[in-house]
Design a protein around this ligand. Structure first.
Ligand SMILES: [Fe+2]
Length: 440
């Protein structure tokens, strides 16, 4: 008998119990709660030739953009190649092969091909969504979901996930009202959907609704925090709301406890840590020896050459810790990578390398050089991935460089831009005041 998953797609190599475990792992992945890798391991232990469980495990490993996971994923791909796969499973194996090769754009297309024929393939959809995020493809963050949404019924398992993902895509495309509505619907359907809470946080971040955003995150902590492997990033968003209100001590408290309290070695968590400390550094906040611990974590990863976005966060950590030579070494590695032919080479060439150089120039007090590097970069920075909120660090660094260089007209212009987007932001108002001093 051919087994089917809970959305009716045939799966090979599985018994009923293994399918149940696989579906549990998908639910955990959908909500970013629990340990989907351990759950899918149980599915594979139950049915060792369960192709989609093996594929899901490979995706989970690769979804963190960590070099350390590639070898395990390669073993899983070899396993898949030894199985008799159906057409959909073969296409997943091909997408995984692209991911392992760092062909992120090709992997994204392959996942889209799967979804065109099977719009209910939620694994392809969520992995594709994450790749859209890593590739900075705002339009596809919204439209990959839009292409399948009408084919779903809200009673189907995982429907909330589509709404949460669509919400994030809408937010990244600037459609804040629809984004918030979609995210709140997702939360109504599933109170543990960590990605949907995250989409609301993004909407509030982009609109400068920092008090409301902090209240929302605090009020809903029971929904997005417990047992979530995405919680550090959501705590980071709460810290951003604190920073917007100039509550730097509150932001540091969040850094010390939920953000770095567990000393996570997960790269996504380390990205948030470095980004938060850098934002504090821009404001001249003394963060004590916090940089050292995070720089120690980043240092072994600078040879990874996997993803320029990560490399830039390594540079921040190394600079923050005063390890200028090591930061320069990372810039050299990015220079080498930028000369090659790959998706990451392009990301490095266009954004990663100039940004890393700008960060280094900032640390060295070469503020005019920082400005020259960052001004052309800010409007194309989406090419190396991440969200608007994450890439705001580029604008914040530029404003601070302009301030320190005495380029107060530039500070004023950038503050005007910022205040248009976030009219109530104390931070933006402070920049505007700084820029106004020159004009007075
Ligand atoms: Fe985010």
């Amino acid at each position: 008998m051919i087994m089917k998953d809970h959305r009716g797609a045939p799966v090979t190599g599985a018994d009923t119990k293994a399918v149940e475990l696989y579906e549990t792992a998908i639910c955990q992945f959908n909500c970013y709660v629990g340990d989907p890798v351990a759950t899918v391991d149980n599915a594979i232990a139950e049915s060792p030739d369960f192709a989609m469980a093996i594929a899901l495990k490979a995706y989970l490993l690769l979804s963190g953009m960590e070099r350390g996971s590639v070898a395990n994923a390669t073993e899983l791909l070899a396993k898949l190649h030894n199985l008799k796969l159906n057409d959909r499973e073969r296409r997943h194996a091909a997408a995984i092969a692209c991911l392992i090769d760092g062909a992120f754009n090709r992997a994204s297309e392959r996942l889209d091909d799967i979804l065109i024929d099977d719009p209910h393939d939620i694994v392809a959809l969520q992995m594709g969504h994450l790749l859209d995020f890593y590739r900075g493809d705002s339009r596809n963050l919204r439209d990959r979901v839009a292409r399948v949404l009408a084919e779903w019924d809200q009673r189907m398992p995982g429907y909330h996930t589509l709404l949460g993902m669509h919400a994030f895509g809408l937010e990244e495309m600037g459609d804040h009202a629809r984004a918030e509505e979609s995210a709140r619907r997702a939360i109504q359907l599933n109170k543990r959907d960590g990605w949907a809470y995250h989409a609301v946080a993004h909407v509030m971040e982009m609109m400068g609704r920092y008090e409301e955003g902090a209240g929302f995150m605090r009020d809903n902590e029971a929904g997005w925090a417990p047992e979530s492997f995405f919680q550090v990033h959501n705590w980071w968003h709460l810290a951003l709301f604190r920073l917007e209100a100039d509550q730097t001590a509150e932001a540091l408290k969040l850094y010390d406890s939920p953000i770095r309290g567990g000393s996570s070695a997960t790269v996504l968590d380390m990205v948030d840590a470095a980004a938060l400390l850098w934002r504090l550094k821009l404001r001249g906040v003394d963060v004590g020896d916090r940089w050292q611990a995070i720089a120690d974590r980043w240092q072994p990863l600078v040879e990874d050459k996997l993803y320029a976005f990560n490399d830039c966060h390594a540079v921040m950590a190394l600079l923050g810790a005063g390890r200028i030579g090591e930061a320069e070494r990372t810039v050299s590695i990015l220079t080498e990578t930028a000369r090659k032919q790959s998706d990451n080479a392009l990301m490095s060439r266009d954004v990663g390398l100039p940004l890393a150089r700008a960060l280094l120039a900032f640390e060295q007090g070469k503020y005019a050089a920082t400005i020259d590097l960052l001004r052309p970069l800010r409007n194309i920075a989406q090419r190396f991935g991440g969200s608007h909120a994450q890439r705001d660090l580029i604008d914040l660094t530029l404003i601070e460089a302009a301030h320190r260089a005495g380029e107060l007209s530039l500070v004023r212009a950038l503050a005007n831009e910022r205040l248009t987007l976030k009219p109530k932001s104390p931070l933006a108002r402070r920049y505007r005041d700084q820029g106004t001093k020159r004009a007075a």
